[in-house]
Design a protein around this ligand. Structure first.
Ligand code: SF4
Length: 216
């Protein structure tokens, strides 16, 4: 079986396991998703959602959030990790959105990555989930699960993104991203993957039998 056939087989099984997989960050506009994604670095989606429910109720738009000083933003987001840096980035991003983009979130990766606090992963999340533009974001779950399943060999998110996007048609990137994350959160955990109950086990080169342990 070729690597692309293997990848398709994995994607088909993931589709039956998680037909409803979606972004678990809560948002109602591209701007809110951008802010939520900046906040999500080294924090769980649940922590971010708890915080943004309150934040977006008070400051739902770029215009409203741009009124806040860095110190006021710190006060609003101090429930998440790295909040001082994130406050600086969000304040600067709001100013840039207003001055350069008329208050809109840009729709290209290059423009998004010019915004403070926005790296390639965040840009891909925004492209895919705010605009439906094919992009494949690689977070810690996607990296780990893709490698265990033999879909990628690279050790960095950029390498894994390049491998997976070469393997799958663009129309599958967004769903594959969500489904790999859901599988990583629910079954293929970093420390104790539940291989014994994983429907992908017959196709997974890293499947372990009971008693064996993964290195990560
Ligand atoms: S068999 Fe184990 S290592 Fe492979 S995808 Fe399933 S849980 Fe992860």
């Amino acid at each position: 079986m070729s690597l692309s056939q293997h990848a398709q087989q994995i994607c088909d099984i993931l589709a039956t396991l998680y037909p409803q997989a979606h972004c678990e960050l809560e948002f109602s506009t591209p701007f809110q998703l951008l802010i939520a994604t900046i906040l999500s670095a080294q924090s769980t989606d649940a922590q971010v959602n708890k915080l943004t429910r309150r934040l977006f109720a008070k400051y739902p738009t770029v215009e409203a959030m741009a009124e806040l000083s860095v110190e006021e933003l710190e006060e609003q987001i101090k429930g998440v990790g790295l909040f001082r840096n994130k406050a600086k980035h969000i304040a600067a991003t709001c100013q840039l959105l207003l001055s350069e983009y008329g208050g809109e979130v840009p729709k290209t990766r290059e423009e998004l990555m010019q915004l403070p606090g926005v790296g390639r992963k965040t840009a891909n999340v925004v492209l895919a989930n705010a605009f439906g533009i094919p992009a494949f974001a690689v977070d810690t779950h996607v990296l780990r699960v893709s490698k265990r399943l033999g879909l990628a060999q690279g050790s960095t998110p950029d390498q894994v993104e390049a491998e997976i996007t070469a393997l799958l048609p663009a129309g599958q990137w967004i769903d594959a991203h969500h489904r790999l994350i859901w599988h990583g959160r629910r079954i293929c955990h970093a420390r104790n993957p539940r291989c014994g109950e994983c429907p992908l086990a017959p196709h997974c080169p890293s499947a372990k039998t009971e008693g064996e342990e993964h290195d990560e």
